[in-house]
Design a protein around this ligand. Structure first.
Ligand code: TPP
Ligand code: MG
Length: 595
């Protein structure tokens, strides 16, 4: 067996005769691909055969959805492409949910999708489906290899476009086109440098910031993706402007910094919300200001509607899309932050006059929120009080605080979609970028665990942690086998409240506790983990959480994956979709009682 680490990754130079499989693999090498996630299939076996000799590791997964999520996590942590591949037809349709998730996470994932052979298309042979329309709305670019001679060209373009357009792309290959002989040259990667944005818009943005009396910065995902945290920090310091993280980007500005306020959005920081509510100028740096991330929270509509908004983003299509802007800058977040700081360096700033007062507000709001969280032990609504009464299990907030206390410095944390995972948003603080991997706006249950396996594959030296609710866990725990078989150790923290809690909360709030399909009768998840070759521990008491979590994280150093099953009460925090649900109205007699 070839030792991949020993392989010299040199791409063949100049025009050469080769097979299309060889052209595909050589182009992957040219693009810097080291790992590919997938499930084996006859459709691409001719290319797969060459992976080891090319120095590419094939990481077999349990499910293709897992493979594509892993590619997403891998790309988010490394800033490089994540790549997945599968069998034509069902292997490829299994990618769909995860590619949609990667789309909304802006991840440069390349889905390689072998397709029915060109001579069989339309005949309804085996495993046939039209694979381009399926991905047309969830990819930034679709390359279809319409002739084997174009294999290298189109492969390279799929990789280039994923970086250029900040999102997944598809490389669709009729399976018979991997065979034969072609003559081609392997293209070098075409990386296009991004600039800071237009000079006039940067001037206008600098003018607004210089005149601002209470400037506030929102650091978005673009700050992370552009490696722009230092530049954002320098700009914030130049203005002494408080900085909020955009929703689920808690790693876009260091929590240890005096100007950090915490995340906006669902179960975010009240301090961040109260501070931004005072802004007269908001600089959204590398953020599309997605509508779900700026909704009122805690009964408080914090968005400063009369403030002047400067929005900076690398994608021009998101500028001014959701919130009314005063100035838009189409640029890279890091470059734009640097350009703005340079423009402000020798100017007098209106906000210098009230600096001490502003800093006092930032300090006191942060202290107040920290105190509120420290004293917020459990949910206080009638239903939560009732179900938690007499339960021997843990209040989620107390448990989340313990996890926060024991969080390793180098942690990467992914969060799933669920009530407890969202409450965790208040308790996740990071000092470095590429540390938080929320399920983002596609919001699919089952995201966090496979994504974190991909993160660990991309950054094996860091501690990998997935937060997952018990419902979502059952969608994804199969990938424990990937951790074990492939020696990719991860810690999964499973919040076992025996329910699809986030949806149950809607039954409580809107449907008079008419529960349907939300209660879960669970097996022992720790036991399942052990049966699958991982470690499994169950924790029922708050004082035991931190130690179990620490041990599980430490075990990664010995290559061991641990599932920490935390037994929680059935209490529930604020609902997800208060914005989208209504009290039921029934017009037909037979349904009248369902009000
Ligand atoms: C794939 C998918 N199916 C269904 C949903 C709807 N949904 C959102 S949250 C949720 C409940 C999550 O339950 P669990 O994972 O146990 O976490 P909890 O809310 O109990 O903390 C469901 C079913 C979804 N977001 N994604
Ligand atoms: Mg649950």
């Amino acid at each position: 067996m070839t030792d991949i680490a020993e392989v010299k990754r040199v791409v063949v130079a100049g025009k050469q005769r080769m097979t299309p499989s060889e052209a595909l693999i050589e182009t992957l090498v040219a693009q810097g691909v080291r790992d590919v996630f997938g499930i084996v299939g006859s459709a691409y076996m001719d290319a797969l055969d060459l992976f080891p000799a090319a120095g590419i590791r094939f990481i077999p997964t349990v499910h293709e959805q897992g493979a594509a999520h892993m590619a997403d996590g891998y790309s988010r942590v490394s800033g490089r492409h994540g790549v997945c591949i599968g069998q034509n037809g069902p292997g490829i349709t299994n990618f769909v949910t995860a590619i949609a998730a990667a789309y909304w996470a802006h991840s440069p994932v390349v889905a390689i999708t072998p397709e029915t052979g060109s001579m069989g298309v339309g005949l309804g042979g085996f495993q046939e489906t039209d694979q381009l329309p399926i991905f047309s709305k969830i990819t930034k670019y679709q390359a279809h290899v319409n002739n084997p001679a174009r294999m290298a060209e189109l492969t390279a373009r799929a990789f280039d476009r994923a970086i250029l357009e900040l999102g997944p792309t598809q490389l669709n290959i009729p399976r018979d086109y991997l065979y034969g002989e072609i003559e081609c040259e392997i293209p070098a990667p075409n990386r296009i440098e991004r600039g800071p944005g237009g000079g006039a818009s940067l001037d206008a943005a600098a003018d607004l910031l210089a005149q601002a009396r209470f400037p506030v910065i929102i650091a978005g995902g673009g700050v992370v993706m552009s490696n722009g945290v230092e530049a954002a920090t320098a700009l914030a310091e130049a203005l002494d402007a408080p900085v909020c993280n955009s929703y689920l980007h808690n790693d876009s500005f260091p929590a240890s910094h005096r100007l950090w306020c915490g995340p906006l959005g669902y179960h975010g920081s009240k301090a961040a919300m109260k501070i931004i509510a005072r802004a007269d100028v908001v600089l959204a740096l590398g953020s599309r200001l997605g509508p779900f991330g700026v909704l009122p929270q805690y009964g408080f509509d914090y968005w400063p509607a009369s403030a002047k908004l400067i929005q900076v983003d690398a994608d021009p299509k998101v500028l001014g899309l959701v919130k009314k802007t005063a100035v838009t800058v189409n640029g890279d977040a890091r470059e734009a932050a640097t350009a703005l700081a340079a423009r402000l360096a020798h100017r007098s700033l209106a906000c210098t006059a009230n600096r001490d007062e502003r800093m006092g507000i930032v300090r006191s709001e942060k202290e107040a929120w920290a105190k509120e969280l420290a004293e917020w032990d459990f949910e206080k609504d009638a239903w939560s009080l009732e179900v938690a009464k007499g339960s021997q299990y843990m209040h989620p907030r107390q448990m989340l605080r313990e996890l926060e206390r024991a969080m390793p410095e180098d942690a990467m944390v992914s969060t799933d979609i669920g009530n407890i995972c969202q409450i965790a948003n208040s308790y996740l603080k990071f000092s470095r970028p590429r540390s938080m991997f929320g399920a983002m706006m596609f919001g699919n249950c089952g995201y966090a665990f496979p994504t974190m396996i991909g993160c660990k594959a991309g950054a094996p030296e860091r501690t990998a942690i997935a937060y997952v609710g018990d419902g979502a866990w059952c969608m994804s725990f199969g990938e424990i086998l990937t951790c074990v078989r492939e020696n990719i150790p991860v810690t999964a923290v499973v919040f076992n409240n025996q329910q699809w809690g986030a949806e149950k909360k809607n039954h409580v709030d809107f449907y008079s506790n008419r529960f349907l399909g939300v209660n879960l009768d669970n097996p022992s998840f720790a036991g399942i983990a052990r049966a699958m070759g991982a470690e499994g521990v169950t924790v029922e008491r708050v004082p035991d959480v931190a130690e179990a979590f620490r041990q599980a994280c430490k075990a990664q150093k010995d290559g061991r994956t641990t599932i920490v099953e935390l037994m929680c009460t059935r209490e529930l925090g604020d609902p997800f979709r208060r914005d989208a649900l209504k009290k039921p109205a029934r017009l037909l007699d037979k349904y009248k009682k369902f009000q």
